[in-house]
Design a protein around this ligand. Structure first.
Ligand code: 5GP
Ligand code: ZN
Length: 132
């Protein structure tokens, strides 16, 4: 069975930061930075786009609640919100979840870089491809 389903059902222990009927937020075991938290639906959906929209919106409310708490109580100077959607994008646990990574300083263990090696030049063409 999915490890996050087991956590959401309290079948295996976790450090619960927030919980209600439909969403749970737990400390990530890896603690990329202090307070690194995962927000997930209790019900199993593989990626964020599989989550029903009302529930996805509620996940974002919980992200905001938890990010405020982490920022205030852990004195983080900022935070990153990250979702890895699909294996290619780095998703390792196939139960949708959003990472909240509190940030303390530039070299605190987390880094995001945008590489634009093959940048499409014709944005109008990209737009029409997206919108059909
Ligand atoms: P992903 O790579 O799928 O976006 O993130 C999965 C995250 O789940 C990883 O950061 C990993 O540390 C965390 N993780 C994996 N197994 C467990 C577990 O059993 N408990 C907790 N709290 N975190 C886990
Ligand atoms: Zn699951």
């Amino acid at each position: 069975m999915c490890i996050f389903c087991m956590i959401a059902n309290h079948e295996i222990p976790s450090s619960v930061v927030y919980e209600d009927d439909t969403v749970i937020a737990i400390l990530d075991l890896s603690q990329v930075t202090k307070g690194h938290t995962l927000v997930m639906p209790k019900e199993h959906y593989e990626t964020l786009i599989d989550v029903p929209s009302q529930l996805a919106m509620h996940m974002m409310e919980v992200v905001q609640i938890v990010a405020k708490r982490l920022t205030t109580n852990l004195h983080a100077k900022g935070f990153n919100v990250l979702n890895n959607g699909g294996e290619l994008a780095g998703q390792t646990v196939m139960h949708a979840h959003i990472h909240i990574i509190p940030r303390y300083e530039e070299n605190d263990g987390f880094d995001v870089q945008f590489h634009t090696t093959e940048k499409p030049k014709d944005l109008a063409a990209v737009l029409s491809e997206i919108n059909g």
